[in-house]
Design a protein around this ligand. Structure first.
Ligand code: F6P
Length: 524
């Protein structure tokens, strides 16, 4: 059913096209020869408009990329995911975070036979969501709670933190939100110094409830709470986890669960989203889910040629595998979305940073690019020099919001002028014989535009990114839903921690033994 991209006829044709003319494609010539290029290479999707016209692509390449997607069996793979098949093969799990986004999901599932299989989960999902949203509303109404401290890492931190910041305009201003992820105790200590036990609600967010950093931070938070006169751990600590038994054993009785078919980096739609729900309320959280659901519907029902997640992912494949571009820069020209690059790093690189296909066979081509970035206009005064004049081409993804919710006079227009100008400058360049002031131009970018930054539009933007990662992973033939690459370091850290205590260096390589001795002596 799935055919790996390099084994399709389209792959060879794309390579031949790249070798003959594709590698010399020039955006300026493309716009000169096609007055409708902007319209031809832009795409409306729910809550998101995308200008794809400043990408190194013509209609012939684009048609071949759609052929590639079809020849890889993308639609069948997508339908398998939405039908609840165990597409996460190494963990034998289904991948169904989209189920959390709306009840009548079954109405558009292309694989009709699977509807019953999925629909029987609807009541449990709705009951869990209702319980979580009731808790959120109760916490919002409780004037005695001033601080919400979320303790979690990876997907149990990045998504909720990014969304709470992004939706600040909609947030309850009577509460302060803190996100503690790092095992470096300076982070937790700094947050606790700002809190009082009686007025703090701790949320221990961990899908597995086994993550070392989170458990140590949770233990330290509980010890601080009790040492500073806190009472009623049961009221001031809640756990967001699939491992309710472990949370109970830890001493937390208020728990909000989810399921193994929700991956960590896809979990902000679940109980892991509780900080978001406390910030923006039950109604806002449901709008957030509905925005994502609208993008699910787009992804499932719109032909590939007008399907935005598919179009973005095919560009990603074209750049990574044919142009050889190693990274993508994320440039949200929206201060509230300042943590989006960090969130997208986990989404893309933990999902698609793989070197074997779903059958475990080594891949002869590149997979996930490096994602990186800072909000605009800050990045302009740091690394945009390299984007404009460096030796490597880095496709840039600009993300802008048409109407700012809360800006000072003149600011938003200047911000928008900058984002448009940067995309323009990257493409047009500027000739200068002297060399130093020469801008080569022809540097690609995508421009994503939201009318407004709302719970619904943020939900749609995130679901768009999730599906885009799914599509490129599907074409590369990999399992985008496991993360074995994070395990080895975790295991070794346990051994090193014991050696830091004992000083035992036997059996270690020279560098590790040397660092161990240095760190042991400096720790005294
Ligand atoms: O170490 C990687 C990882 O498993 C991520 O996939 C996950 O988001 C994160 O750790 C946190 O895991 P948990 O929510 O189980 O604590």
């Amino acid at each position: 059913m799935r055919t790996r991209c390099d084994r399709t006829p389209a792959w060879g044709l794309l390579q031949a096209g790249f070798d003959s003319t594709g590698k010399n494609f020039d955006l300026r010539d493309a716009f000169a020869s096609d007055p409708n290029r902007f319209a031809n290479f832009s795409q409306d999707a729910p809550h998101v408009f995308a200008d794809l016209s400043k990408n190194l692509i013509n209609s012939t390449t684009q048609a071949l990329l759609f052929d590639l997607a079809r020849q890889c069996g993308l639609e069948a793979h997508r339908d398998a995911m939405f039908a609840g098949e165990a597409i996460n093969s190494t963990e034998n799990r289904a991948v169904m975070h989209f189920l959390l986004r709306n009840k009548p999901v079954a109405q558009y599932i292309p694989a009709r036979a699977a509807i019953d299989k999925i629909a029987d989960k609807a009541a449990e999902i709705e009951a869990t969501l209702n319980a979580m949203l009731a808790f959120a509303e109760q916490t919002r109404a409780d004037v005695g709670i001033t601080d919400i401290v979320n303790i979690g890492i990876g997907g149990s931190d990045l998504g909720p933190q990014m969304a709470v910041l992004a939706l600040d305009e909609f947030a309850d201003k009577a509460k302060r939100f803190h996100f503690v992820s790092n095992v470096d105790g300076q982070e937790l200590a700094g947050v606790l110094a700002q809190c009082r036990p009686q007025t703090t609600q701790f949320l221990i967010a961990s899908k597995t409830f086994t993550t070392a950093e989170t458990l140590l931070n949770a233990q330290s938070a509980k010890a601080w709470f009790e040492a500073h006169g806190g009472q009623h751990v049961d009221r001031h600590f809640a756990a967001l986890t699939t491992n309710v038994a472990a949370a109970n054993a830890f001493g937390i009785t208020t728990t909000f669960g989810f399921w193994d078919w929700v991956g960590g980096r896809y979990s902000l739609w679940s109980a892991i989203g509780l900080p978001i729900a406390i910030a923006i309320g039950a109604k806002g959280f449901r709008e957030f889910l509905a925005g994502a659901h609208a993008m699910d519907e787009h992804f499932c029902t719109v032909p590939l040629e007008q399907n935005l997640p598919v179009r973005l992912a095919l560009l990603d494949v074209w750049y990574r595998n044919f142009h050889g571009f190693a990274s993508r820069s994320i440039a949200p020209y929206s201060f509230p979305m300042r943590r989006l690059p960090a969130y997208l790093q986990q989404l893309e690189m933990e999902s698609n940073g793989k070197r074997v296909d779903a059958q475990g066979e080594s891949l002869p081509f590149e997979t996930a690019p490096v994602l990186w970035g800072e909000p605009g206009t800050n990045g302009q005064h740091a690394y945009f020099q390299m984007l404009h004049q460096g030796t490597s081409v880095v496709p840039v993804e600009f993300i802008a919001v048409k109407n700012a919710a809360n800006s000072l006079p003149g600011h938003h227009q200047k911000l928008l002028a900058n984002v448009i100008a940067q995309a323009q400058a990257l493409m047009l360049g500027k000739a200068d014989a002297g060399g130093h002031k020469h801008f080569p131009g022809n540097r690609p970018s995508t421009f994503l535009l939201l009318d407004e930054l709302t719970p619904a539009s943020l939900g749609a933007l995130l679901a768009l990114q999730e599906h885009r990662v799914f599509v490129s992973g599907s074409i590369w033939g990999i399992n985008s839903f496991d993360q074995w690459g994070v395990e080895l370091g975790k295991v070794l850290a346990q051994d090193i921690e014991l050696r830091l205590q004992s000083g035992e260096a036997a059996g270690l390589d020279g560098s590790t033994a040397g660092l161990l001795q240095r760190l042991r002596s400096s720790a005294r």
